[in-house]
Design a protein around this ligand. Structure first.
Ligand code: ADP
Length: 365
């Protein structure tokens, strides 16, 4: 006997969507033609901290940014795009997405669905963290080995070492101990940034003496042939920042300019007033004529633990934390940090506020 097929029971489409949201490890949103979010999956809650009710009806620009926002709306079936997802606590997460149009009954586009590849992002994060542990272990091991070695030589061969050699070995021990302490400082700075327990004391600061001091420090540290061409306008307002954090950022930028331009002999520092993001700011350009940073690496260098692969970077001391710290601090101070590199020239642009962004002592949380 031939069974007569039963018509399938209708399944509620919304519940299907909810099941998909539960089953997939990735997050997704839907938005309408007015760019308002109409669906916000719970996997996105986990990674961004936003709840569904925070985001429904919001413009997609409040959830993520992308260099080419119109690309989502190209009439192709599936578009792949990298975006920066904004978290509730002010971080930006670089993440890959895939989007596709949602078609209405008459086949016309009624909105778009975007998938955020959270799983891939988490895997990249795990990889970056294990790479970081191996970098840090290596960076720690190198100075420790040399401190142990030279201390043992001084101890066991005290009678045979002349004064000149003794002085040289003690200097090496001192340099390596300083290197260790810089690494630990960087790690602590990252930890403070990430645990959001960073105390800022915002006050008006004069840039000239700070920049002059830092160039002197960097010059004596590297014993380099670099000349610093410092260019200030005749008048300049104070910047409203935490001076210790500002020194940390500028030291990193100026130190990098020297470190990554061993064959050049000039670092230019130019300070000007400017408009940035609709606000009156002071901009400090730090320019070097060194190895440069390829266009595709220019976003990467501001992320944690990223060191670009080059023979010079491999033999230069560093953990890849400096620019991550500098970028995060510049944002915390109400400023910004950008880079441009090409034609043998690399410039970092540090923007700082000229009025109280936050007054007095601030706990960032
Ligand atoms: P570190 O110098 O400790 O490695 P940073 O976070 O300061 O870490 O810089 C990250 C990476 O960016 C460096 O390893 C280097 O590859 C690249 N970089 C930074 N500044 C420059 C520069 N001025 N010119 C060329 N490359 C740079």
């Amino acid at each position: 006997m031939i069974a007569t097929p039963h018509p399938p029971n209708l399944i509620n489409q919304e519940q299907v969507l909810e099941s998909i949201a539960r089953a997939t490890k990735n997050g997704f949103i839907a938005f309408n033609l007015g760019n308002e979010i109409t669906i916000f999956s719970n996997k996105l809650e986990e990674i961004t901290g936003w709840k569904e009710h925070d985001m429904l009806g919001k413009n997609i620009s409040e959830l993520f940014s992308t260099e080419d926002p119109m690309k989502f709306k190209e009439p192709t079936e599936v578009i792949q795009l990298s975006v920066n997802l904004f978290t509730k606590d002010g971080k930006q997460i670089p993440i890959e997405t895939r989007s596709t149009p949602i078609l209405g009954a008459d086949e016309s586009i009624s909105g778009y669905l975007i998938f955020f590849f959270i799983e891939d992002y988490k895997k990249d994060l795990d990889k970056a963290q294990s790479e970081f542990i191996s970098t840090v272990s290596h960076e720690l091991r190198t100075p420790i080995t040399s401190i142990k070695g030279f201390a043992a030589t001084l101890l066991h061969q005290a009678k045979t070492i002349d004064d000149e050699k003794r002085k040289k070995y003690i200097n090496i021990i001192k340099d390596q101990a300083e290197r260790l302490s810089r690494l630990v400082e960087d790690l602590l700075a990252v930890s403070r940034l990430e645990s959001k327990k960073l105390q800022l004391t915002i006050h008006p600061v004069k840039l000239k003496p700070i920049i002059e001091n830092i160039t002197m420090m960097v010059e004596s540290k590297h014993k380099s042939k670099h000349k610093f061409d410092i260019n200030f306008p005749p008048t300049l307002p104070d910047v409203w920042v935490d001076s210790d954090r500002l020194e940390q950022i500028l030291t990193n930028l100026i130190d990098n300019a020297v470190k990554y331009s061993p064959d050049a002999d000039l670092v230019e520092i130019k300070v000007r007033e400017c408009q940035h993001d609709g606000k009156q700011m002071v901009r400090i350009n730090v320019t070097d004529y060194g190895i440069g940073i390829k266009e595709e690496d220019q976003r990467k260098i501001f992320t944690k633990f990223s060191r670009l692969d080059s023979p010079l970077t491999r033999k230069t001391e560093g953990t890849g934390l400096g620019l991550y710290i500098s970028y995060s601090l510049s944002k915390l101070l109400g400023g910004d940090l950008k880079v441009k590199s090409g034609d043998g020239k690399t410039t970092f642009y540090l923007y700082l506020p000229t009025e109280a962004h936050k007054g007095g002592v601030v706990w960032w949380d």
